[in-house]
Design a binder for this molecule. Structure first.
Ligand code: 8YV
Length: 314
């Protein structure tokens, strides 16, 4: 008898295909009546497969009395009811390491894109402006500027290496200092912002970091400064961000994540001083394939009575 799995949100097609070859899978996001599906199959569900952005909300987990394991396609667990998982002894796996490089790469790409106006000047050519208006306004140098990384986890460390290669002055703020690394440790997120031309958010999402990047932080980054976010939209006060971008209190932003996905604040869509991505930091074929393989391997290990390959570290 194949274990029955609830897939809460879509993931890489080949991963979903493999899951459906191995388990009896119920696709929650496709159900016309989600509560009815949970009531019908919930008592039989032993595992959840989900993504970092979709997670496993309280009410979904509570509808699954036999839930044993949650396999997250991603590293963010802020959308999982961790307290319930821990209290019920539900195993939890994520897909660390395999996505670190891509997320750090996209953070760098956003820094370069927003400063050097890559998107805007591509459009400048495509719209026929170049022969009419000649050279567009000058942009801003990234190399040798000051970078502040909020959250020095796997992604933050990988990004710091990249920025050091651009001869940037790298600072960070993290609750777990890394004195062995050659980067300046800021005393607070505010002090980090005060010493940053580029303030990059790589910290984990969740209650502890909700709206951590507020108006005060944005003002401290300043009118020549840029915000980049490749972690979670919840970490930034998006209303304050829009106001800072509109007023010129902040020079620009590179955003891969938003307070409400897939519906960013419409004001952001009108702005020339932002570069936007649809939560694609881990979105390469190579990385998403590796993430999917880890979801499959973790579920297989659990149902074989073996330890998870990449358990979430509580
Ligand atoms: C998501 C992410 O998994 O790692 C995370 O938590 O945010 C992404 O990689 C994304 O939702 C993948 O579909």
């Amino acid at each position: 008898m194949q274990p029955e799995i609830l897939m809460v949100g879509p993931m890489l097609p080949q991963t979903m295909q493999s899951l459906e070859q191995t388990y009896t899978v119920h696709r929650l996001w496709e159900a016309p009546d989600k509560p009815a599906l949970l009531a019908q199959v919930g008592p039989r569900i032993r595992g959840i497969a989900t993504t970092g952005s979709v997670g496993a909300r309280t009410e979904i987990m509570a509808a699954l009395p036999r839930l044993e394991v949650i396999a997250v396609f991603g590293v963010g667990v802020d959308a999982v009811d961790l307290a319930q998982a821990r209290a019920r002894g539900i195993a939890l796996s994520t897909t660390p390491e395999v996505l670190t490089e891509d997320v750090a790469d996209l953070a760098l790409a956003l820094m370069l894109s927003v400063s050097r106006r890559i998107v805007q000047y591509d459009a400048y050519i495509r719209s026929g402006q170049w022969p009419k208006s000649g050279e567009p306004p000058l942009t801003h140098k990234v190399s040798r500027k000051k970078a502040g990384i909020l959250g020095l986890g796997r992604v933050g460390k990988a990004l710091a290496q990249r920025l050091a290669a651009l001869d940037m002055e790298v600072s960070y703020y993290d609750l777990n200092p890394a004195p062995e690394l050659p980067y300046r440790q800021a005393d607070s997120p505010l002090e980090l912002a005060q010493h940053s031309d580029y303030f990059i958010v790589t910290a984990a999402g969740g209650a502890a970091t909700r709206k951590l990047v507020n108006q005060e932080i944005l003002q401290a980054i300043g009118p020549q400064g840029y915000l980049v976010n490749v972690s979670r939209g919840s970490i930034v006060d998006e209303e304050a961000l829009v106001a800072a971008l509109k007023s010129g209190a902040l020079a620009g932003a590179g955003l891969d994540v938003f307070a409400s996905e897939p519906h960013p604040d419409p004001a952001l869509l009108e702005m020339e001083n932002v570069v936007l991505q649809p939560h694609m930091a881990s979105g390469t074929l190579e990385t998403r394939t590796a993430m999917g393989q880890l979801v499959l391997a973790n579920l297989a290990a659990h149902f074989a009575g073996k330890p998870l390959l990449t358990p979430y570290v509580w």
